[in-house]
Ligand binder design. Structure first.
Ligand code: ADP
Ligand code: ZN
Length: 511
């Protein structure tokens, strides 16, 4: 039976999706592969079909017993002969008998069992079609749930060097990926990564300028159920209260509420067609609602991965959905402070890199989807036609000169003052604060032109996003590592102009 025949006869599907067939072709050819695909992309088929088409049994290493039983059930429902071998199960003898008799297509094994000597001896006696390692990120300490047992799998794999191995994960982080390849002995060209695009989700990102008003307007324009992610429990309550004016049923949801109240809210949300749930990120996991029409973020998510996962809760039914993010320079300032003050030295580099990736997503004047997909290792087209920047390309202005003036002003005033004071210095205002500190005598006093001063806010935002300026607890701005190349003229700064306020007003008064 060919893979395509198996797809039709066993699963009733007409064609492979995404890069499924490439993965399957590699396994059929006996090669080693790491398939990185998001949840729901159809990873299971990529080992189930070769297990049916190749001689022998497909071994599947899977970390969770509960998950394994689900997988066995769904494989059996498709007519595949499958069983699980865990440390817990009672029908072990029966499973081993079927295994020896060649009466199984797939055997799911827990890692702690797969790494034992006795399992290796058993595996020696049966022909193996392939070894699949599900949730393969568990092998990496970089991943979010490292499992020491996974490290021991290499022994089993290397005992069967001719059997194709297929590692599967939805985790896209670059370092975790490299680690999986190295740990499991898969060559670099064996990495197949795809399916991260969610074409029906429209990505929009805007600077925060009066959040309650912006959110209220967004929700008034966007029908259907949606989630607003807030940064704290208090903010969920505050925003939920301010959004009640929109006339939509609105609730706040966070871990501080009674479990019964949370469950009731989640249930109401799943059943509703127009509810707005203002929630912390605790909300969403395990909530099965395919017709969420929007996900809005009131502030910066933790990472691009988190953004992707949270926005991914919108539009699971494939119909158009919107992901709207509102961000501010203070989000970056806070995140950077947390990294520098609360984190172990060894983690800081990675965390800074994560934050810089987010900065490039929010700051870009190009396609948002392209930035996202490139982050996950895909090679997307330059434009998508379904993000804010593709739909109405933003005006950008060259702002290197004013950026350098702002950095100089921070430097000359000994890097202790906030954006308001620095703007006054560049504008040449004789405020008490300036006269008192003698800042009217500095070379930077009054050097900002009116056009430049108009750009100060977006410039400050861009400088903070790329870690050229850092804010202390009182808003005082000092240099970060990104300052030097800008001051030396090695890196240009361009900023996206925010749409004019007047324009926005007239648009909102139309509806
Ligand atoms: P993953 O393991 O990547 O999260 P699954 O293997 O559970 O995803 O697949 C998700 C769903 O997509 C399943 O219902 C599966 O039957 C379905 N599916 C997988 N491949 C195809 C295909 N080529 N055509 C149609 N449906 C598919
Ligand atoms: Zn785009």
């Amino acid at each position: 039976m060919s893979p395509l025949e198996a797809l039709g006869t066993t699963f009733g599907y007409k064609s492979f999706r995404g890069r499924q067939s490439e993965v399957i072709d590699r396994v059929m050819a006996g090669e080693r592969t790491l398939a990185v695909m998001p949840t729901g992309a159809g990873k299971s088929l990529t080992y189930q079909i070769p297990a049916l088409c190749r001689r022998g049994i497909g071994l599947v290493i899977s970390p969770l017993i509960a998950l394994m039983h689900d997988q066995v059930r769904s494989a059996e429902a498709a007519g595949i002969r499958a069983a699980a071998l865990t440390s817990a199960n009672d029908d072990r003898d029966e499973t081993i008998r079927r295994l020896r008799a060649g009466d199984l297509d797939l055997l799911y094994v827990a890692p702690e069992r797969a790494t034992t000597e006795s399992f290796r001896r058993l595996a020696d006696q049966i022909p193996l079609a392939l070894i699949a390692i599900d949730e393969a990120h568990c092998v990496s300490e970089w991943g979010h749930d490292f499992r020491p047992d996974y490290r021991q799998l290499r022994g089993l794999l290397d005992a069967f060097p001719g059997v194709p191995r297929l590692a599967l994960t939805a985790t896209a982080d670059v370092r975790t990926r490299a680690d999986i390849l190295a740990q499991l002995g898969i060559p670099d060209e064996g990495l197949i990564l795809a399916g991260f695009d969610r074409p029906n989700i429209q990505y929009r990102i805007a600077a925060r300028e009066g959040l309650p008003r912006q959110l209220g307007q967004f929700i008034a324009e966007t029908p259907g159920c949606g989630i607003v992610y807030a940064q704290s429990r208090a903010e969920t309550e505050r925003l939920a209260a301010s959004l009640r004016d929109t006339g939509r049923p609105t609730r706040a949801y966070h871990a501080g509420l009674e479990p019964a109240a949370r469950a009731a809210s989640a249930k109401a949300f799943v059943q509703s067609e127009d509810m707005v749930m203002v929630a912390t990120i605790a909300f969403g996991m395990g909530i099965d609602k395919p017709d969420v029409r929007f996900v809005a973020h009131a502030g910066l998510p933790k990472s691009i991965e988190a953004y992707y996962q949270e926005t991914g809760r919108a539009g699971r039914d494939g119909d158009p959905a919107i992901a709207q993010l509102f961000w501010g320079a203070d989000d970056f300032a806070r995140a950077r402070r947390r990294i520098e003050t609360e984190m172990e030295e060894s983690r800081r580099g990675g965390e800074r890199a994560r934050l810089n990736s987010l900065a490039s997503l929010v700051e870009t004047s190009g396609c948002r989807r392209a930035v996202l997909l490139r982050h996950f290792g895909e090679e997307p087209p330059l434009t998508c036609g379904n993000c804010d920047n593709c739909l109405s390309p933003p005006a950008t202005v060259e702002a290197t000169e004013i950026a350098r003036k702002l950095l100089s002003a921070a430097f000359r005033t000994e890097m202790r003052y906030g954006i308001g004071h620095l703007t006054d210095v560049l504008a040449g205002k004789g405020t008490d604060k300036i006269l008192g500190a003698g800042h009217h005598k500095l070379s930077v006093f009054g050097i900002g032109t009116p056009e430049e001063l108009r750009l100060i806010k977006p410039v400050a935002r861009a400088l903070m996003a790329r870690d050229a300026l850092r804010a202390d607890d009182f808003g005082g701005l000092s240099f970060g590592p990104g300052a030097k190349p800008i001051l030396k003229g090695e890196e240009p700064v361009a900023v996206v102009l925010p749409p004019k306020r007047a324009e926005r007003r007239s648009r909102s008064s139309e509806d």
